[in-house]
Every structure is written in C-alpha cells, then in structure tokens.
Design a protein around this ligand. Sequence first.
Ligand code: HEC
Length: 247
Amino acid sequence: MRKLSPLPASIVLMLVSGSIAAAAGTSPSNSAQVARGKYLVSIISCTDCHTPGTLLGKPDFTRYLGGSEVGFEIPGLGVFYGPNLTPDKETGLGNWTDEQIATAITAGKRPDGRILAPAMPVDSFKNLSHADALAIAAYLKTLKPVSNKVPGPFGPSQKPTSFVFQVLPPNKYTPTVPPSASGPKPSMTPAQAPTPAAPMPSPASGVPAPVPTPAPAGAPVPMPTPTDVKAPTPGPATATPPQPPKQ
Ligand code: HEC
C-alpha cells in the first residue's frame, strides 16, 4: 500500500475556505433573517389562507402553512386554493429558490410564469422590501415539510373539488351547518356562531368571522347578480345583515 501524499497547502486552503463559505451561506447570519421572516409571517397572517382548517374555523397547526382546503372564488377567473408553503418537494415550495418565493410574494408570479390570482394579496405584499421578502422565503424553508397538494386552480367553468369561499348576495345565503352535529343551539349570536363544541386551538390570527360556504352541494350558483342594488327590503336597511338581534 502506498501512503497518501499530503495535499499541497494551496489545495488545503481552498478546501477550508470553501467549507467556511458553504457554512456561512446556511447558518450564521441566516438565523437573524429567519427570525425576521417568522415575525413577518406571524403578523401578516399567511396562515389564514395557507393553513388547512383556518377558513373552516379549526386551524390545523400541526400542518402549519401546509395548504388550504378552502379556495377563493374570483368572479370570472375561477377558484384558487392557498397552496402548500412548506418545503415539501413534491407538493410545496421545496424546489423553489428563495428568489422565486420572494417574486411570487411581491410580484405574484410563479416560476412557471403563471400570474397568481388576486386572492393572494400581492397588492399589499408588493410593498415588502426585497430583504423582507427573502426573509420570509428563508423562514418558509425552515418549516416542517407537509405533504399536501391543494386542489385546483379551477377555471370559471370547472367544478371545484373542495370548499369554496364565495361572496353571496343575501338572497342566496344559507348558514353553513357546523362540522360537529352535536346539537348546537339555534340561538347563537353572530359573535358566538362559529364556536364549535370542542375547544379551539388559540386562534392567534385576528380574523373575526370566517364565512365558509356550504360548498359542493351541487348548486351551480351563478355570479352574484346585481339585482340587489335597488335594495327593495322593507325592513331596517342598515349596512349589516338585518337578521338576528344584535348585542
Ligand atoms: C387572503 C388570502 C391569502 C393570504 C393572506 C396569503 N396568501 Fe399566499 N396565496 C393565496 C392564494 C389563494 C394563492 C394561490 C393563487 C393562485 O393559485 O393563483 C396564494 C399563492 C401563494 C404563493 C404561490 C405558491 C404556489 O405554489 O403557487 C406563495 C409563495 C404565497 N402565496 C405566499 C404567501 C405568504 C408568504 C403569505 C404571507 C406573507 C401569503 N401568501 C398570504 C392566498 C393568500
């Protein structure tokens, strides 16, 4: 057996400096960036639209930002579901670069060129600084990967396969039956209405009243027609629904 000859000093130096650079790219200053991203994601409430269950009143934080099962209807465009933002490679952002994620957030453009539907609030997010958008991307990369491919997107003539968040004219509105069928009282005040029997994990997000629609009941509800513009209601026509006694 021949002894390995020592590596020339220059190569050793290159190797050492290379590994330092590689480490620097993934750890030291990165933790401040990730903390900044976490902070931004927590206050911007990405979870409302990107965590399963949230729009149904029961956020599943074990699948935090793992993609929503409730899609937003954008009249004329179709129905769009908040996708999985975790680093899962098959169903999430695992194969996106930080720059690609930042571009999707602030310019509404996916790597494949598709422009995101305006359910994603790009109009606000375009005001994020590039550094903050990259911080969000860096934080998303640290999330626990969740395997969940959201449905859609569906075109306006396609039938969605999961819940739809839709704006209805008052004459089309019927209250959604709560998930637990264990005898919720019919005399709920609006503020109490969405509270299910089981204690909810602390809501954390500031959204007061989720409005899930009944969903795939098969009723092909057309677009909200502007017929109610005339507001012929004889009752007390205030801006709020005239329904139950308020408190
Ligand atoms: C009001 C709902 C809503 C909020 C709040 C929201 N999003 Fe979205 N987001 C969506 C929807 C809906 C889509 C999908 C739109 C489409 O498919 O055209 C989307 C798409 C995306 C995409 C593209 C992913 C992909 O696979 O195409 C990224 C990235 C994203 N959002 C990140 C974020 C981040 C980060 C935040 C918080 C800073 C956030 N979103 C807040 C609704 C929302």
